[in-house]
Ligand binder design. Structure first.
Ligand code: TYM
Length: 327
């Protein structure tokens, strides 16, 4: 059976962008692939995190995975730090990565821009991400558009390892949805919707109340036109809202356009808010049930145990190929 790996950082409240670009596809892929869905805490600490908040967000992300429909009987759900081999392989791959490659990463450039002091962890982040993926000889990596460059580096590192030490790693393919791979901010359609944006009005959090969702959508920026038309170059705000609608209501872009032909933005936004609420309410109900049940820790423990078996085998093989003395 082919293998999937993906991860989400517990570095803030998950947004509708995370759901549409990533989690939604995790749920679909779990039926056809051996899946590993991790909460990547080692990545989150590449920027400062408050310890209590990190703990809460870690449990929240894992619970959202389950609430969104990931079945722990099919997929491994676990904390990255609980499977120690991630950090170990991360180091080995860091030694194969060049400074120039890391300097070219746009996520690093964005996150370090204007900062006086930038942590070294933020710089080597992509090598750790490559380790996450390669530990499981992953075939497919469901991610949003912003992770594409990291995936390319992962493939380069896998190829470099194979040519230096012998064919071992599978070259993973990105799985980036055709629609919804880059959901934009509600207040600025030139920026992606992000859990780390300090303006709460910019993003719909998966745990926002129905009223918060309605308010945010009614205030979302549009344009001075009046056509509900998908045209990202000229109507980026409205196009983003159409994308969100299509993904939440299970309609194609053309179907959304047709439905609102000749109508103004007001009724479109109202229905959009109800489509988002309709999608998120049942997820939120399941989320509350999971948090109350206290089950998530044992789900993650079991996931980590199963993932560790594969991860340990890979690490041992890699160490042997690289010439490490056996223990
Ligand atoms: P993170 O935590 O920033 O985001 C998690 C996932 O959500 C996607 N995403 C979006 N998709 C569409 N529109 C948006 N506005 C949007 N914002 C976020 C991201 O592309 C991602 O798929 N480096 C990763 C975490 C990671 C990882 C991995 C992913 C670490 N190791 C190995 C895959 C495989 C990250 O920062 O994702």
């Amino acid at each position: 059976m082919k293998t999937v790996f993906s991860g989400i950082q517990p570095s803030g409240n998950l947004t509708l962008g995370n759901y549409i670009g990533a989690i939604k596809n995790f749920v679909t892929l779990q039926n056809e692939y051996k899946c590993n869905f991790s909460v990547v805490d080692l990545h989150a600490i590449t920027v400062p995190q408050d310890p209590a908040a990190l703990q809460e967000q870690s449990e929240a992300v894992a619970s959202i995975y389950i609430a969104a429909g990931i079945d722990p009987g099919k997929a491994n759900v676990y904390m990255q730090s609980h499977v120690r081999q991630h950090a170990q392989l991360g180091w080995l791959l860091t030694t194969l990565t060049s400074m120039g490659e890391l300097e070219r990463m746009t996520q690093f450039k964005d996150k370090s821009a204007g900062k006086e002091s930038v942590g070294a962890g933020l710089f080597v982040y992509p090598s750790l991400m490559a380790a996450d993926i390669l530990l499981y000889n992953t075939d497919l990596v469901p991610v949003g558009e912003d992770q594409k460059q990291h995936l390319e580096l992962t493939r380069d590192l896998a190829g470099r390892f194979n040519s230096r030490y012998g064919e071992y790693f599978t070259l993973p393919e990105p799985y980036i949805p055709e629609v919804g791979a880059r959901i934009m901010s509600l207040d600025d359609a030139s920026k992606k919707m992000s859990k780390s944006n300090p303006n709460p009005g910019s993003a719909i959090a998966l745990l926002d109340t129905p009223d918060e969702i309605r308010k945010k959508i009614s205030r979302a920026t549009t344009d001075s036109g009046r056509e509900v038309k998908y045209d990202p170059a000229n109507k980026p705000e409205v196009s983003n809202l159409i994308t969100i609608y299509s993904q939440c209501a299970g309609l194609s872009i053309a179907e959304v356009e047709q439905r609102y032909e000749g109508q103004m933005y007001g009724p479109f936004k109202k229905d959009l808010a109800e489509a988002v609420v309709g999608l998120l309410e049942p997820i939120q109900q399941r989320y509350r049930d999971i948090r109350e049940s206290g089950e998530i820790r044992s789900i993650m423990r079991q996931g980590a145990e199963r993932a560790s078996e594969v991860a340990e085998r890979t690490l041992q093989d890699v160490q042997k190929l690289m010439g490490f003395l056996p223990e």
